[in-house]
Structure formats: C-alpha cells, structure tokens
Ligand binder design. Structure first.
Ligand SMILES: [Zn+2]
Length: 563
C-alpha cells in the first residue's frame, strides 16, 4: 500500500506533463523577456501563492487588466442585450481576443460553471497569457476567443475550505457549485432561468462560436485517467456534426496519450465499485441539451466537456486542464476548414416531415483497458492512501443511438397559447428562436396533443417537479381540454421550425421532449392542476404535421448526471 500524497503524482500512469513544442517555448521565452517587469503582475493567484489559493472574480478582473495593459487587443466583452450582472450583482465578465489573421475560427471558453471546480478558471488564465506572450502562434493567428473564467460568478466568490473536502484543495478553499438562488447552471441551458444562462445565449447569438468548451472537475470516480472529456452527445443533434466532434476528441486523446497524459471519454464504472459488485462496463452520461456542451451541439456547434481528475493535486488538475484545452485548440487550428464545414449546419432550418428522436440509448463504442483505483479514505471521504489499482478490459459505452420507436416527424411549427406569450416569447428569443403572431401561421391543419401518460418528479430538482408527458398529435382536441377557437389560434405565438434555430425550437416546444418547457414547469399551472379541474386549453398546438405522422411515447434516456 502506498501513502496518498496529494503533492506527488501517484500511480503507474503518472508522467511528466509536457508544456508544448520547443519552438513555441522559445518564442514564449522571448516574449517573457520582453515583458520583463510585468511578470509578477501577470502571475495568477495560484502561482503567486504557491498554489495555496484560487482566484476570486476581482482577482480575475485584475489579472486581465494587467494583460490588457501590455496586450490592448484583449478587451472586455459584453454581448448586446445580455445581463451584465448576476441576480446578486456579481459581474458577468468576459473578454474577447481577436485573431491576427482573417477568417479565424471562433472559440468560447467557459470556466467555473460549477464554481467548486476551479481548475478551468485558472487554466484559461494560464493559456491566455501564453498565447499573448507569443507561445502557440497558430492559436493567436487562427482563433478568435471569448473567455469567461468565472461563469458562476456568485459561486466563484463563495470560497470555503469546507467545499469538496474529498479532493486535495488549495488552502483558500474552492467555490460553490450552485448560484445564490441554488441553480446548477449546467442544467439550465434550456429553461434559461439564470442571468448567467441568458448571458450565454446572448453570447451564442452575437459571437456565434464554432466551438464551446466547458471546464469541470470530476466528483469522485476512481479511474486511472488524468482527465476525461466528452463531445456534444446531443439528442437530435446533426449526426455528421456529432461524429466530427467525437473524431476531434479521439485524435486529441491519441496525441495526449503519446505525450504521457492519459484521457478518455467522460464516464463512470458500472456498477459503482463501492457497491462491491463486479464492474461490467464504462458508461458516459446522457444526451440532454440542459447540459452546456450538449446544448452547443443542438445549435450546431462543437461542444467540448473537460473533467479534470479529482484526486490529482490542485496544480496538476489546472495544468492538465490547460494541456487538454491547448491540444484541442491546436487540433482546430490545424483543421480550420473541416471545423467550418462541420458546423455549417448550425444555420440549417428544419423542414416539415424531417425526423427527430425523442429518446436514445447508450451503445458500446469500443472495448478498452481501464485502470480501477482503490483508495483508502478518511471518515469524511477524503482519500488517505491508494491501496492499489488493477486493469480491466471493459466495454466503453460513450455514444448514443437514437431509438427508432422514439423518432417523430416534425411539424411546420408550433403555436403557443397567447396567454403565455409574455413569459415564453423572451425565452424563445433568448435562444435565437423567432416567434411571430399567430396570424402569420400557414394555412395548414392544426393538431392537438392527446396525452397518453405522464410522470411527475417525486422530488423537486432545480426548484421544479419535472413533468414528462407521453402522447401524440391528433386532428381534434381530446377530451378534458377545451377547444382552441379561431381567435385563440390568431392570438397565439407562431414558431416556425424552418428557421436556423429550428432544432432548438422543436426540443423546447414539443411536449414530449425530455428537456422541453413543459418538462421544466413553464406550463405547470395548467398541466398540474388540482381543485376544480374544469377544462382548459392545452397550451401548445402543432401545425402542418404530415398526415402519416404517428407518434411513439417518449422515453427518457439514461439519466446519469455529469459532474
Ligand atoms: Zn462540474
């Protein structure tokens, strides 16, 4: 048994982490020499504190201000129409760095969405400084950046040594996962309840990135990888885009492996090793667009989830996150036309009769060797010692296959009851979805939702009792609902699906979609009624469904939560 020392690498797979090609290193050294005198001001908080502290929002603002003094092209960025502060008044502060050559790719880097997982926040600062100081010249030339190191700004400043006690932490402690209102921002992409999410949606509309990175740290899986990652795994995403997204990451995985940094698809052993049952497989999480990288995929962008390994030291986690992001960016910079081509579909409208899935299942993607790490823990769950590790060859289930029985043909569009317009219209527009008056609808037959089953969450999640509806569209309003009159149809919001964000609109509005506005309780007062129960209108109508459209019941996909 070896003692677990958080300051030392552990295990057979631990190797030195490279810091980049020698040519880049030389350029960086020259730039460092030129900016001599700024070195201290350009140190991050962890570097200046011997890795005993992590940055607050004001530390990050001060660091960026110092970089901007020397590199004035780095400027604060605020997307038009976006909230500039959180509900508690913390700054939603991002920066933009244009590329030096025309025709650059656009990349958004998101840190601290879970503000206890501080590694991405710090890695973004290290990487940006290197790029500005002349390292990685291909990135400076070919990639335009928007960077948001402290996305969950409220959680960022709630530093507390009591948070995430199970991991080796800086003495300052780390931030808090959720916002002051208790929202997990990595479940908020569709309902966009938080100001942070509405900022993000405004950034997507304005900056229109080809790729969205979201940087995390795992919560306790005991595997032998120094980092795990996931592409967009989006239910209903463009299949060619999703395949390209995964190809990028598999090639990066192989490049990093050659450099001594073991990575794999984000996932967990199943069954959980702590159950004492034999491990049978490695499984990814789920394809719902509530997660930021899956949402990016729904908009036709590349999504990249990074999960540093929780039991590495703080410094190792930051440096390995940096190494992973750098390798992904270098891959993109060397395949710019491929990236553009793969993401061109982000502006492609849906057409009536196109088919989209309402459910998917995890499938075996490959077989591979996995190291299972055994830890001795304190009563608090902190790792005390590594007792050993062993290797198992397991099926790796990290991609999804649409369930054919869950595929449906899409209508020309949806009508949303005008009663809800004030609430729903701004939300649709935040997603970049155009909503028109009901009178603008085409002269196609409406179809009404006939519910055949429902499941209401037994516990609240994000303040909502989630609602999953099953059913199909029928020519007549079913029993139990009052009919829509011609005036009701005219007063409704008309949301055509033949628009660039048609996929987003479909998954927001089809009542069977597992991440729809129905699911997230936006219509609960009419759909979860007690008391009198006299008939009301179902709030959404489909228009222009192909006559042969027949609908299967929704199935909610595997529901593992990423960390
Ligand atoms: Zn996380």
């Amino acid at each position: 048994m070896t003692r677990f020392d958080p300051l030392q690498p552990h295990g057979a797979t631990t190797r030195r982490i490279p810091i980049g090609p020698i040519a880049s290193w030389r350029r960086g050294t020259l730039a460092l020499a030129l900016s001599f005198g700024m070195a201290n001001a350009q140190q991050t908080v962890p570097e200046a504190s011997a890795w005993s502290k992590t940055s607050t929002t004001s530390d990050v603002v001060a660091f960026m201000a110092e970089l901007s003094k020397v590199h004035p092209k780095l400027v604060p960025y605020a997307p038009p129409g976006a909230p500039l502060r959180t509900e508690s008044g913390k700054p939603l502060q991002a920066w933009r760095l244009p590329a030096t050559k025309p025709g650059a790719l656009r990349v958004y880097l998101n840190g601290n969405i879970h503000a206890g997982e501080v590694e991405g926040k710090e890695a973004i600062l290290l990487l940006l400084r290197e790029v500005l100081q002349g390292q990685h010249s291909e990135l400076r030339e070919r990639i335009e950046f928007v960077l948001m190191p402290c996305y969950n700004a409220e959680g960022t400043d709630a530093l507390d040594p009591a948070h995430r006690r199970y991991q080796p932490n800086p003495a300052s402690g780390v931030g808090r996962r959720e916002t002051d209102r208790g929202l997990d921002l990595n479940r908020d992409a569709m309902k966009a309840e938080a100001a942070n999410t509405r900022w993000l949606l405004a950034m997507l509309r304005d900056f229109d990135p080809h790729a969205v990175f979201d940087l995390h740290t795992t919560n306790g899986s005991t595997h032998g990888f120094h980092l795990t990652w996931a592409p967009a795994l989006t239910l209903g995403g463009d299949p060619a885009l999703l395949a390209f997204n995964r190809r990028l990451l598999v090639e990066v995985r192989d490049q990093l492996k050659a450099q001594g940094l073991p990575t794999w698809d984000y996932g967990n052993f199943e069954p959980d090793p702590r159950s004492g049952n034999p491990i049978e497989r490695w499984e990814s999480y789920d394809p719902l667009p509530r997660y930021l990288v899956n949402y990016a995929g729904l908009q036709g962008r590349l999504g990249i989830l990074s999960e540093a390994y929780v039991y590495r030291t703080f410094e190792q986690r930051v440096r390995e996150t940096r190494a992973f992001v750098l390798q992904c960016l270098a891959w993109m910079a060397s395949h710019p036309r491929d990236v553009e081509q793969a993401t061109a579909a982000r502006l492609q409208p849906l057409r009536s009769g196109d088919t989209l899935p309402l459910a998917a299942r995890l499938v075996e993607t490959e077989k591979a060797p996995f190291e299972v790490v055994e830890l001795e823990r304190t009563a608090e769950g902190q790792p005390l010692a590594e007792k050993g590790r062993h290797t198992l060859t397991l099926p790796s289930l990290t991609t999804f296959q649409d369930l054919p029985e869950g595929a449906v043909q899409v209508p020309a569009g949806f009508l949303v009851d005008g009663t809800w317009a004030e609430r729903i219209r701004p939300l649709l527009e935040a997603h970049g979805v155009r909503a028109l008056p009901g009178t603008a609808r085409p002269t196609l037959p409406p179809a009404f939702f006939a519910e055949s089953g429902r499941k209401v969450g037994s516990r609240a999640f994000q303040g909502v009792f989630e609602l999953d509806l099953q059913g199909r569209w029928t020519p007549d309003a079913p029993k139990g609902h009052s009919p829509w009159t011609a005036a009701d149809l005219d007063r409704a919001l008309w949301i055509p699906l033949d628009q660039p964000r048609g996929r987003v609109a479909f998954y927001l509005l089809d009542p069977r979609s597992p991440d729809s506005l129905v699911h997230w309780g936006l219509f609960h007062s009419v759909l979860l009624r007690g008391g009198w129960g006299e008939a009301t209108r179902f709030p959404i109508v489909a228009v222009g469904l192909p006559p042969e459209a027949r609908v299967a019941s929704t199935g909610t996909p595997a529901a593992r939560k990423p960390e």
